[in-house]
Ligand binder design. Structure first.
Ligand code: DHB
Length: 529
């Protein structure tokens, strides 16, 4: 049970947590979710901003608080809170500041803040650190496990989320870092209890906890801005898209989540590994012509079949491209990505270089034409420039169930399952039905932001979106976030989506801009340290 889990804490401020808080028969669960505003320790952190200036931030730190009344595993279902009280010697009042909800999930692995003693002190465990389960021994699972949270203090990026957190604190915002269950967790009965939809249910429970504690937790719970990278970016996007969706109610109820809204105000997502059931086709459409790092091509029969599936999917999305591009389809998506994202990204990169550095870059990269201050190139040349693809085909639903995502869709005693018809049909593990399991379609809906944005789009979604992706990130297709952005744009939401030129997986090269963006969209009078 977490800090503040006392009846006394529930009385602080006299705010009822829910309509049932005064009902003796149901008060204990609600009371246990009362945030204790006084249970902080005072810490000091020196934070270097993106211009290299150091700031001394004194902040109140709440160590791990369990955010559900009936946790399955409090090691993961807990959050930490950091609220600045003094920045560079000046008192700050963060009681109405935006709340950055920064998850540190990587690889769909478990993320814990249980032992964190300061801001940024959580993260996804690398393989095996999670009790009761090691990641499946597979190429993709180990590739994922190698990246996230290697030092236990950052996420997959080795910095994207943590720099957001520190800069947010130095800007006077409240920072909340939730842990969440992940795919490798296994109980003593051999059952996987952190596979889909556990992680998103946990993040929603964390939001509900904050909103139920309005007036007690520091910060403005109506201005929660989520952030995450890769699998954490996917979960962040999903959190933003699925706000208050009733689909999750039974799961939240089972955990004794607080009775409150789980809608968030704005969403930040770096290289989201999402839209998983369409990601194999998207990957082949994007990287199909690129060889593996071994120099070998992938199975072209598989690649072509998946690519054909993607064409159908893309057409069915009926998206209009940004910038008046018109209807997107598999034949014009290359031109769209080049025009809308890749050339502007290269242009921004080259424009920021000194004349001599730019000349050197252009000399080494003759596929780029630099004219009148703008970069131009072809999609084919861009693909050659990126080089080896990171994943084999299929990239996500592996025939031998070895991908991390197969594990993410595991359930009960099943470590891993197929989640696409194509993967199931081509299964190499002895799946006699050759079909996806009956629970898979519902699990996919619970994990895919696009599901919540399609048809009658979820009105509870966040309306402000910050999406970022490196142009050399072949962990998934570049179309994944472009389609997400186009869908949101077509719905009328405020979308800020850029690609970072030549950056790989997990990059975050404009964190200060994200912090400024938060101030703008939330209407917060930003304190620029
Ligand atoms: C992550 C990376 C992947 O390639 C993937 O398939 C899933 C998650 C990650 O870094 O979180």
């Amino acid at each position: 049970m977490g800090i503040g889990a006392t009846a006394g804490a529930a009385a602080v401020g006299g705010i009822a947590l829910s309509a049932n808080a005064s009902d003796a028969t149901s008060s204990s669960a609600s009371d246990s979710l009362a945030f204790d505003p006084d249970a902080w320790t005072k810490l000091t952190k020196t934070i270097t901003d993106t211009e290299g200036t150091e700031h001394t931030v004194v902040y109140h730190f709440w160590k791990a608080i369990t955010y559900v009344a009936e946790p399955v595993d409090a090691t993961y279902q807990s959050l930490i809170v950091s609220a600045p009280v003094e920045i560079d010697g000046k008192a700050v009042d963060a009681s109405d500041a935006p709340i950055l909800l920064a998850n540190s999930v990587g690889g769909y692995l478990p993320a814990s803040v249980a032992t964190a003693t300061e801001i940024g002190g959580g993260g996804s465990a690398t393989g095996g650190a999670a009790p009761g389960g090691a990641p499946s021994a597979s190429s993709s699972a180990s590739a994922q496990a190698a990246a996230p949270g290697a030092n236990g203090t950052t996420n997959a990026t080795g910095g994207a989320t943590s720099s957001n957190q520190l800069l947010a604190l130095a800007a006077g915002y409240v920072v909340v870092e939730p842990g969440a269950r992940g795919r490798t967790l296994k109980n003593s009965g051999g059952e996987y209890y952190g596979t889909a939809p556990a992680a998103i249910v946990d993040l929603k429970a964390a939001v509900r906890y904050l909103r139920a504690n309005k007036g007690r937790v520091p910060g403005d719970v109506e201005r929660i801005v989520s952030a995450g990278t890769s699998a954490g970016g996917a979960l962040s996007a999903l959190l933003g898209a699925s706000g208050d969706s009733p689909l999750y109610d039974p799961y939240l109820k089972a955990l004794g989540a607080a009775d409150a809204s789980d809608a968030i105000f704005a969403t930040g997502a770096w290289c989201p590994i999402t839209d998983l059931e369409h990601a194999d086709g998207a990957y082949e459409w994007n990287w199909g012509a690129n060889d593996l790092s071994t120099g070998k091509p992938v199975d072209q029969t598989v690649s072509k079949a998946l690519r054909a599936q993607f064409a159908e999917y893309q057409a069915g999305l009926k998206l209009r491209g940004l910038g008046g591009f018109g209807r997107l389809n598999a034949r014009n998506l290359d031109a769209y990505l080049v025009e809308q994202y890749l050339e502007p990204s290269a242009t921004a990169y080259l424009a920021a270089l000194t004349d001599s550095a730019r000349a050197a870059y252009l000399k080494a990269n003759t596929f780029i034409t630099w004219s009148a201050g703008r970069a131009s190139f072809t999609w084919t040349d861009f693909l050659t420039h990126v080089g080896a693809r990171k994943k084999d085909a299929p990239a996500f639903d592996a025939f031998d169930l070895s991908a991390g995502e197969n594990n993410e869709f595991g359930t009960g005693r099943a470590l891993a399952r197929h989640f696409t018809a194509y993967g199931a049909e081509h299964d190499s593990t002895g799946l006699t039905t050759r079909r996806v399991a009956s629970g898979i379609p519902a699990a996919l809906d619970l994990m895919n932001p696009m599901h919540h944005l399609s048809g009658k789009a979820n009105p509870g979604r966040s309306k402000h979106w910050w999406i970022r992706l490196g142009t050399k990130d072949s962990d998934t297709a570049l179309t994944v976030s472009a389609n997400l952005a186009a869908r949101l744009d077509n719905l009328g939401d405020d979308v800020n989506h850029l690609y970072y030129w030549d950056e790989g997986h997990g990059a975050n090269t404009d964190p200060a801009d994200f912090i400024t963006w938060i101030a703008r969209v939330t209407g917060h009078k930003s304190r620029h340290p």
